[in-house]
Design a protein around this ligand. Structure first.
Ligand code: BDP
Length: 327
């Protein structure tokens, strides 16, 4: 009797907890590498607020900023595997995982930021998104990360010869290592969080990034020459784990996607403002920046980077050509 009672009691508890698991709100954890006040940080907080609002509290998102949950390549793996639900990722470190997404890391592939967004909104963008989704990352919306340029502590860069012999930090992606090598430099892939110290102690001579990251990280304090090569224009995503997303009802999918798109609208506005503010701030602090009058030699030097990418991904040639043909 006692045994019978306890079994059915146990069964009831199991049934009850199973019910409460499905009925309870889902709590997502989100990764972001940037500091407080950075456009992406503000936009991801806004995204969290909108997710709760638009899902009627069925999904809540706790954001972890400043890379506190680990490096970007690790966080990308975490979201792919489901250890984390969502992140604001740069497509640079996603490239090694999803070859279609790696197309945006071909130097000079985009004419400018508006061109990049036109590409992402068209068929090429769909191919990139599908490639990422197949690897477990669903891009819900695209953020702006401007153009990346070279900086170092010794001299302005005007020609590839100025990069020759320089040790330059790059994000984790063979395309970037190839890019530096083709310019005659020594690539040094490294996590974002380590770059300040590496520049300061001379472990690397230079790095490359957009104005806001150059400023927010304090890299400008230890590498005061910023040369506008604008060799990479890499989009960023709000990316969610594919299984988590696919398990949502259509209404919930729509709500979360809408929240991401609204956060992207905010991010892009804030980005434009921050680019100007960051440039102003570092200039006032004594940074010497220079336009590069002739970028053609940099572009010409990238031919082997394209060839290698296409040799390894012959099926992606139409994607490259589609982007190049996009007005
Ligand atoms: C910034 C990106 C960030 C990257 C960082 C880097 O927003 O996602 O981690 O560059 O260079 O511009 O690692």
């Amino acid at each position: 009797m006692y045994k019978k009672l306890s079994t059915s009691f146990f069964g009831a508890v199991v049934a009850l907890s199973a019910w409460s698991v499905t009925a309870a709100a889902a709590e997502w954890r989100g990764w972001n590498i940037h500091v407080d006040g950075y456009p992406n940080t503000i936009a991801m907080d806004k995204f969290a607020e909108l997710v709760a609002e638009k899902t009627g509290g069925e999904i809540t998102l706790q954001m972890f900023h400043g890379g506190t949950l680990g490096s970007q390549p690790d966080a990308i793996e975490q979201v792919r595997l489901g250890g984390l639900e969502i992140g604001n990722f740069n497509l640079g470190p996603i490239g090694p995982v999803a070859p279609e997404a790696n197309v945006v890391s071909l130097p000079f592939i985009f004419k400018d930021v508006p061109h990049m967004f036109r590409v992402l909104e068209g068929d090429a963008g769909k191919m990139i998104a599908d490639g990422m989704t197949a690897k477990g990352l669903v891009p819900l919306a695209w953020y702006d990360a401007g153009a990346r340029s070279f900086y170092n502590g010794t001299k302005p860069i005007n020609a590839p010869a100025d990069v020759a012999g320089m040790k330059v930090r790059v994000m984790n992606n063979d395309l970037y290592s190839g890019m530096i090598a083709e310019l005659g430099g020594n690539p040094s892939p490294m996590a974002f969080a380590e770059v300040y110290q590496a520049l300061k102690t001379g472990v690397v001579d230079g790095a490359e990034n957009n104005w806001p990251s150059y400023e927010s990280t304090g890299h400008f304090e230890v590498a005061g020459y910023y040369s506008l090569s604008q060799h990479l224009i890499i989009p960023e995503c709000v990316c969610v784990n594919a299984d988590v997303f696919n398990a949502l009802s259509d209404d919930m999918k729509a709500a979360v996607t809408e929240a991401a798109i609204e956060s992207a609208t905010l991010q892009r506005q804030l980005w434009t403002e921050r680019e100007a503010a960051s440039q102003e701030k570092v200039t006032a602090a004594g940074v010497v920046s220079n336009e590069i009058a002739d970028k053609a030699p940099f572009q010409a030097a990238m031919a082997p980077v394209y060839e290698n990418y296409l040799a390894a991904n012959a099926d992606l040639r139409p994607l490259v050509e589609l982007i190049q043909a996009t007005e």
